[in-house]
Design a protein around this ligand. Sequence first.
Ligand code: NAP
Length: 327
Amino acid sequence: MKAWTLAARPKGTPVTDDFALVERDLPALNEGEVRIANRWLSVDPYMRGRMNDTKSYVPPFQLGEPMQGGAIGEVVESRADGIAVGTLVSHMAGWRDEAVLPAAHVQPLPDLGVDPQAYLGQFGMPGMTAYYGLLQVAEAKPGDTVFVSAAAGAVGSTVVQIAKAKGMTVIGSAGGAEKCDWVRSLGADAVIDYKGGQSVVEALGEAAPDGIDVYFDNVGGDHLDAALAHAKPGARFAICGMIDVYNDAKPTSLKYLARLIGNRVRIQGFIVSDFKGQQDFYRDMAGMLKDGQLKREETVFEGLDRTPEAFLALFTGGNKGKMLVKL
Ligand SMILES: NC(=O)c1ccc[n+]([C@@H]2O[C@H](COP(=O)([O-])OP(=O)(O)OC[C@H]3O[C@@H](n4cnc5c(N)ncnc54)[C@H](OP(=O)(O)O)[C@@H]3O)[C@@H](O)[C@H]2O)c1
């Protein structure tokens, strides 16, 4: 197999030299194992945290070892009962072209009638993050005004569409006019171009003159501060990600933090795995899909060689919808 390894721990923004492509022999299959040819790889912002040698909710990538990440592959050899050759599966042995895994580490794809790669995006981990973060962590309900940052990304664009399907007013933010137009086309009532020159706090004040009930945070920094400035009494914040600080642990200055107190704002971080095993996601998303309430967009880099490039582009806004690598 060919696999990407972490060659060096990045300082600040990663560079291509932090990654190295290696060739390794794969073992013959043991009983209960499958050999998988990967077709699609996911690159995700959380992987930046795994490049640091620090304690976190997932262990760090090891230097010189194949990196991991979500992937969709086809079973090309099987010694596992119930997993036939030709089955498409999702698993975590990404950043490589082939893998040998125990059957317990692979999941045959659900049958929702969508393309296989959708199970890395809207119908996979990012979609679940959007769904549970919005509906369970933030307890968003019909009639709420929801602000979501990185709204043109995999998680954010799904938050926009679920919120609209459930009868909420939605304000998104994204970088650049083209992305903002796309977020509007997904149903958002207003979109803030945070690269457009106006401050987020001012733009959010114009978009939500009566304030916001929910903030779904993917960015942190000035977006979180703007949400604090415009939070209604009893607002709920689901803190999903803070991509603004992943490459640079700069001190976050939150001018409006004290608004938490008087407005009784509830602010809650979460990890999507907190919701592992819950079944309502697929059922509810399948219903929204059938009703024509979900659109999907992917940015695709072709070839294993381009995996680091695809990953790095997440931090410069190089993707609309889910960032994927096609093998
Ligand atoms: N808690 C969890 O379990 C969980 C699970 C999945 C994802 N997440 C988090 O959710 C967030 C979104 O993840 P995703 O997979 O959907 O990625 P994504 O939004 O598809 O891609 C990242 C996007 O972030 C925006 N961005 C990058 N740097 C930025 C900055 N400094 N300020 C503002 N925007 C910036 C870019 O869009 P623009 O062009 O609009 O800037 C970029 O396209 C990330 O923070 C991720 O870590 C958390």
